[in-house]
Structures are given as structure tokens and as C-alpha cells.
Design a protein around this ligand. Structure first.
Ligand code: C5P
Length: 217
């Protein structure tokens, strides 16, 4: 049996749906991701619920603020039973270090470039080439002791020799048209070195989530 490497994104505001969905999944096989929508809707209550069901939790709030504010937010996150959480690498070295100072057992993952951004978006936002922008952010991340990185599977090749925990969203096993632009199948992402993949809509919106999620393990 391979180690647990699928993170299911519970992107909903509906607590009853969370209860229904989480009953389909085996906590020995996958982690649950609580993102902005669910956290803002149900906060601590949903985190406690998932934890009681035996799930390890990835709290994905992508913190991006001044170092003091981020450090204090991470200190609050310590009060929950969380395995990993996210900050934006664009907050800079000082912000990342402030987060790490408060991290204790929680793994801090730095988001590089969102998987919804393509080359054109990056050029418009940063007036920079996609690859150069990624490398610049990677340098920021590796100048710290950040535990892991969130990136698309297309960037994995650039960090193959690096011992960062590699968490990869933008996973699509069938062709769909949505906001994710830098996508790859789960099989290819694992083969390219993803330690964890993050899958939301393809599982939670499927007709049969209890069977569908097994295709991504
Ligand atoms: O539904 P889908 O599979 O696109 O969900 C992907 C999840 O991963 C979303 O919850 C999104 O917030 C998250 N994510 C992402 N790209 C990043 C970081 C996180 O899509 N760079």
C-alpha cells in the first residue's frame, strides 16, 4: 500500500455536504482540505468535526500579510488539529520566517504561482517570464526553511532534487474546461514527484465520490 497522498478539497459552504462527503472517504487513504470558503462558513466547527472523524487536515488559507499578522494567525492555527497549512511565497522571506517561527508541528507550505495562472497572466501581473517568476519565488522559498511548496505538476521538474514536500493542485484525469490552467493527470503528477495531490471538483461533484476518489489514490 502506498502512503497517503491524496488531499480532497472540500470546497463548499454546506456542512451537511461535508458530513455526507467525508463519510464516503477513508481517513487512512486521504486527507481533507479545508479552504477559504468552508473555513469562513464553518471555521473551528468543521475542523473539529473532520478531526473527530479521524482525518488529517490541510488548512489552505494562503496567508499573505505583514510578518507580524501572519505569525499571529499561525499561532491561532496551532489551536486546531492541523497537519499542513499554506502561506503565499510572495509575502517574502521575512513573512515566511515569521510563520515558521510559530509553526511547531504544523507543516508550512508556500504557494508559488497559483495553478489558475498561465504565462499570459504572469506576464501581465509581474511583467516577467513565467519560468523566471517561478524561479524567483522558489529562491525566496529555499532561502527559508519552509517545509513544502504548492505548485503545478508542470513545475515539479524544477524542484526534483529539492527535499520540500511537494503539494500539487490542478489535477484533472478527464478533460474539463474550468479555471485551472496548468493541469495534469494524477498518475503523471505522482510520476513527476508530487508527494501529495489536491483534487476538489472532480471528486466532490462526481456522481459517485466514494468510487471516484479511488482513481486518484
Ligand atoms: O476543484 P479543484 O480540483 O480545482 O480544486 C483545487 C483546490 O486546490 C482548490 O481548493 C484550490 O483552492 C486549491 N489550490 C489551487 N492552486 C494552488 C493552490 C491551491 O488550485 N496554487
Amino acid at each position: 500500500m502506498i502512503s497517503k497522498r491524496l488531499i480532497i478539497a472540500l470546497d463548499t459552504d454546506d456542512f451537511n455536504l461535508v458530513k455526507k462527503l467525508s463519510a464516503f472517504f477513508d481517513p487512512k487513504l486521504c486527507l481533507m482540505k479545508v479552504g477559504l470558503q468552508l473555513y469562513i462558513a464553518h471555521g473551528k466547527e468543521v475542523l473539529d468535526y473532520l478531526s473527530e472523524q479521524g482525518f488529517e487536515i490541510f488548512l489552505d488559507l494562503k496567508l499573505h500579510d505583514i510578518p507580524n499578522t501572519v505569525a499571529k494567525a499561525i499561532k491561532e492555527i496551532q489551536k486546531f488539529n492541523i497537519k499542513m497549512t499554506t502561506i503565499h511565497s510572495q509575502g517574502g522571506v521575512e513573512m515566511i520566517n515569521a510563520a515558521l517561527d510559530q509553526s511547531n508541528d504544523i507543516k508550512i507550505l508556500a504557494v508559488s504561482l497559483l495553478t489558475s495562472l498561465d504565462k499570459q497572466d504572469v506576464s501581465r501581473l509581474y511583467d516577467n517570464d513565467f519560468e523566471k517568476q517561478f524561479e524567483m519565488l522558489l529562491k525566496v522559498i529555499t532561502d527559508t526553511k519552509t517545509h513544502g511548496i504548492v505548485c503545478s505538476s508542470h513545475e515539479l521538474v524544477k524542484i526534483s532534487g529539492n527535499n520540500l514536500i511537494k503539494v500539487v493542485p490542478g489535477i484533472r484525469n478527464v478533460d474539463v474546461s474550468d479555471d485551472q490552467k496548468r493541469i495534469m493527470s494524477s498518475k503523471a503528477a505522482y510520476e513527476n514527484g508530487a508527494d501529495f495531490i489536491v483534487v476538489g471538483r472532480p471528486i466532490i461533484n462526481s456522481e459517485n465520490p466514494s468510487e471516484e476518489y479511488k482513481k486518484y489514490l
